[in-house]
Design a protein around this ligand. Structure first.
Ligand code: ZN
Length: 326
């Protein structure tokens, strides 16, 4: 894409989802207009058919992200695949989410009609004083797992970890996990909506029904060989405002901290970069094509060839991009 006619940043309008475990904080803390009832998920950057974000302003105003991917692929030059590969969400868990696990690409391709698997990364935005989440399971074989489920020994099976804001977790496919009540999380993941529910605490939906469990599929995909982690503390150093939080074969996640005294220059050499403002009063992001005002709750894509980003103001952002090809 030529620098001269580059559109600059692409601002997105998030899609809000009702979930039985959700709350109202996505409205009170991020300023989103919420539908009635419990709202658990804000899909901030998504081209998934279950929540395809619409462009807000600029030359592509009103287009869905999936249409941009198909019709203006020059904005994502170098990114492979038949769909926008990442999905960025903010989750407000007023109550516990079900204990669940996701398949990898191979299993999802075979059993879920060509869907992607789901590797995900959690960045903790808010937690109770004694907040916890579940990452990993203690059963070391399918037989042991099945026995624990049959006997209802959930506390023996699940690996409970204390959390604080700023913690980060790498949730590989095959890892049992649950976000628990009182937690706000930004989730970066492959663009997939395949979840196998292991346990839902026996709770009922408004119409009295139970949500479906998928124990057989879950037991197929759980990786019993992985030792569960002990904490989500970030060890990576912050360099000029930028911290590399996590990387896997599908994406890399970074945190950018901007203060009035310390603007940040963020290079953008990737096919595209996702950015979400998660804390602070807000500010501006400038590229050679212009300057965009952002505030807590803003989600945007910095396309291919947009040049370095200069971030000013008082804010923390979480960014992600596909990894450099070997
Ligand atoms: Zn999950």
């Amino acid at each position: 894409m030529q620098r001269g006619d580059h559109p600059g940043l692409i601002m997105l309008r998030p899609v809000l989802h009702n979930n039985i475990w959700g709350g109202r904080k996505l409205g009170s803390e991020f300023g989103y207009e919420l539908p009635d009832g419990p709202v658990g998920e804000c899909w901030g950057i998504s081209a998934h058919p279950h929540g395809d974000c619409v462009v807000d302003g600029g030359p592509y105003d009103g287009m869905r992200l999936s249409m941009l991917w198909d019709e203006h692929h020059e904005l994502f030059e170098g990114a492979e695949g038949d769909r926008f590969p990442l999905l960025v969400k903010i989750l407000d868990a007023r109550d516990d989410l079900s204990i669940q696990v996701h398949p990898d690409d191979a299993y999802a391709m075979e059993h879920e009609g060509g869907s992607l698997g789901k590797h995900e990364c959690w960045y903790v935005l808010g937690a109770h004083d004694r907040g916890h989440i579940i990452v990993g399971q203690r059963a070391r074989s399918r037989a042991e797992f099945a026995r624990m489920v049959e006997e209802g020994r959930w506390q023996d099976m699940e690996n409970l970890i204390p959390i604080r804001p700023g913690d980060c977790f790498d949730i590989k496919p095959g890892t049992v996990h649950a976000i628990l009540g009182g937690t706000l999380v930004l989730e970066t993941q492959q663009s997939s909506d395949v979840t196998y529910r292991v346990y839902d605490y026996g709770r009922r939906q408004p119409d009295g029904s139970l949500r479906e469990l998928h124990l057989q599929q879950a037991m197929d995909v759980i990786d019993y060989s992985v030792a569960p982690p002990a904490s989500g503390e970030v060890a990576a150093p912050e360099v000029d405002g930028i911290t590399r939080l996590m990387s896997c074969e599908y994406f890399e996640v970074l945190r950018v901290r901007v203060s009035p005294e310390a603007p940040v220059r963020l290079p953008q050499p990737h096919p595209f970069m996702c950015l979400s403002v998660v804390e602070g009063a807000g500010g501006h992001i400038a590229t050679p094509a212009g300057s965009w005002e952002v505030s807590k709750g803003s989600h945007l894509v910095a396309p291919c060839g947009c040049g370095d980003l200069v971030l000013q103001g008082d804010m923390t952002l979480i960014g992600s991009h596909v990894p450099a090809r070997a």
